[in-house]
Design a protein around this ligand. Structure first.
Ligand SMILES: Cc1cc2nc3c(=O)[nH]c(=O)nc-3n(C[C@H](O)[C@H](O)[C@H](O)COP(=O)(O)O)c2cc1C
Length: 285
């Protein structure tokens, strides 16, 4: 078994105890540096990681601020691993820069440019776990997810094509109906994030809907961190009464977004970003 397989097995075994993934990755990458050339990109870090291994044997506590977050991040985001260093090389600063890099360079991908593969079942779980890890006033869980994959995407497209003529003022052309049939097959996976407002007397509706928006964004970030492109869109069917029934939406529920997920065939050029000075002020009395 090669080093990478061993590492993957260890990491899989540690899956339920995610907090130790970082240490395992550190240990494995120290033991098999050749398998993780990008995990510790500076040659002198090899010795330091070996030291981490020694420390780990003595006490887990001394690893508390070891590069756990950093390495967990590395596990989930190989694309950024080249920028990671072990803690002996001021990893906190590097970590900040890495997350910032991620946030400052994020960009949606067009559904039309998404190809296979989509996320694996395990990756979908990771993505949804991240999506569900958002601020949520009074822990109402004001959102839920509906996953479309495989044949259910085309089946949903048939529903779109069936509902559209009943709601559109004009009779849709055959070309338009075909577009609807193929809408969800543009990407390997689509996840609907449904906002569900409960007990608005306890937590204002806007707060619950914002939490659903945060779930959408976290979902996108997690999928992006796993290397997938995402597109958060609504389009007409998010607001269609006929499609509400198809989705089984209940009172107080609304589609916060349909998140298309797939392998981006190409990276889109950046779009214009807002002039921060025009939208930011420092309040003074
Ligand atoms: C709630 C919401 C709904 C959206 N719906 C649509 C849509 O229906 N069609 C569309 O072309 N873009 C829609 N967008 C915008 C896309 O997400 C757009 O591609 C994205 O803002 C591009 O910017 P980015 O690269 O910074 O993500 C929506 C965005 C949000 C937040």
């Amino acid at each position: 078994m090669d080093a990478l397989s061993i590492a993957n097995k260890l990491v899989a075994a540690a899956h339920v105890r995610r907090r130790i993934q970082g240490e395992i990755f550190c240990i494995v990458s120290a033991a098999f540096p050749e398998a993780f050339p990008d995990a510790f990109n500076l040659p002198h870090c090899g010795a330091k990681s070996a030291k981490c291994l020694t420390v780990n044997k003595r006490s887990n506590a001394s690893l508390v601020d070891m590069p756990r977050r950093l390495l967990t991040f590395a596990l989930y985001n190989r694309a950024f691993a080249t920028k990671l260093q072990c803690k002996h090389c001021r990893n906190d600063q590097i970590m900040t820069a890495t997350v910032l890099d991620f946030l400052l360079s994020r960009r949606s991908s067009k559904p039309a440019l998404m190809a296979e593969p989509g996320p694996s079942p395990e990756q979908v779980r990771q993505i949804l776990t991240a999506a569900a890890r958002v601020p949520d006033h009074k822990k109402l869980v004001p959102w839920r997810f509906i996953v479309f994959e495989g044949a259910s995407r085309a089946a949903f497209g048939e529903k779109l094509a069936a509902v559209l003529p009943t709601e559109d003022a004009e009779t849709p052309s055959e070309v338009r109906l075909q577009t609807e049939r193929e809408r969800f097959t543009r990407a390997p996976m689509v996840i609907a994030v449904v906002s569900r407002v409960a007990q608005p007397e306890k937590v204002p509706e806007i707060e619950q809907m914002l939490s659903a928006g945060a779930a959408c964004m976290n979902l996108c970030h997690a999928a992006n961190a796993l290397g997938f492109g995402t597109s958060w869109i609504t389009e007409w069917y998010a607001f269609s009464t006929g499609i509400r029934d198809v989705l089984g939406l209940r009172d107080g529920e609304a589609v916060a977004g349909f998140i298309y997920i797939g392998t981006a065939a190409e990276t889109q050029p950046d779009r214009d970003r807002p002039d921060l000075d025009a939208i930011t002020e420092y309040w003074q009395p």
